[in-house]
Design a protein around this ligand. Structure first.
Ligand code: A2P
Length: 275
């Protein structure tokens, strides 16, 4: 008898309501061999604020417990479908399987979206900077497509830092397509900036976002005075833990303070799902 068999508890019918929706896959798009996006049908009762995350998963194999991970919702709060941006990890318990989903399959979707990368966790300001590495771009696809973000801020910059140019998923959308969005529209031309950087191969803007901020290139590129201004600049950070730690340290040195839903501040942060 294996240990697992020895500790197995006799099955009793579980009458609790399921904590997940089983939601249909609408489309899948593979960007590279390590990145893909997909969309799920949005259940009628599913409400969320732009920038929040939710648990996504698949049933366990052979009746084992489902495998779920937190994913930022890449759709804005008004959207009919729920879009997600994911890495593919061959040895990852979830993404090794999730990367093979097809339209029509079902995926488990948590019922309680939550998170701090929301407009309500920031104090009012004039300029919003959304800084993400890798799949940490996902919440910005939600926030930057939400008309409320454009009402609250005069300018929005979406900063995406990746290793290779091919990792700049959503580049066309953020550079051009978003201006055709009827809810964002032409009024945001000149107010919404897409700022990609690539760290491991030649690119028009090369280098880590931390280096570009500290050298002042970041502010020069955007036509801004050097440094973040605690009076008017607000930021959201998502992606690698190291990037978040280092950018947060720069912001704190410049006098900005971290916020939360309970106590809005100058910047908010969340690590992107990595395994
Ligand atoms: P780099 O290529 O110099 O490591 P990852 O794929 O490892 O999550 O990284 C995504 C992007 O985040 C990469 O471009 C990486 O740069 C960058 N990055 C990693 N750590 C930091 C950090 N501490 N500060 C700024 N950027 C970082």
């Amino acid at each position: 008898m294996t240990l697992a068999e020895a500790v197995r508890i006799p099955a009793t019918p579980d009458t609790r309501p399921s904590p997940h929706h089983a939601s249909r896959v609408l489309w899948v798009r593979h960007w590279t061999d390590q990145l893909f996006s997909f969309a799920l049908e949005r259940p009628e009762t599913f409400r969320f604020r732009s920038g929040e995350f939710v648990m996504i998963g698949l049933p366990g194999e052979d009746g084992t417990r489902p495998i779920l991970r937190a994913y930022s919702i890449a759709s804005p709060a008004w959207a009919d479908e729920l879009e997600f941006f994911s890495i593919k990890v061959e040895s990852g318990p979830l993404t090794s399987r999730l990367q093979h989903i097809q339209p029509g399959d079902t995926v488990l979707l948590g019922k309680k979206p939550t998170g701090t990368l929301v407009l309500d966790a920031l104090r009012p300001g004039r300029r919003l900077f959304l800084i993400g590495t890798g799949t940490g771009l996902a919440p910005w696809l939600s926030v930057a497509r939400d008309p409320e973000a454009h009402d609250r801020f005069e300018t929005i910059a979406v900063i995406h830092s990746v290793r290779r140019t091919a990792d700049l998923a959503y580049r066309d959308l953020l550079a051009h397509g978003i201006f055709d969005d009827p809810l964002i529209g032409e009024a945001s031309v000149g107010r919404l900036t897409y700022y990609p950087t690539v760290t491991r191969e030649p690119f028009v803007r090369q280098g880590r976002i931390t280096e570009r901020i500290e050298s002042g290139d970041f502010f020069r590129d955007l036509g801004l005075p050097p440094g973040f201004d605690p009076e008017q600049d607000r930021l959201m950070l998502c992606g690698s833990m190291a990037m978040i730690r280092d950018v947060a340290a720069i912001l704190e040195r410049q006098g900005l303070s971290e916020g939360s839903n309970a106590a809005p501040g100058d910047f908010v942060l969340e690590r992107a799902f990595v395994g």
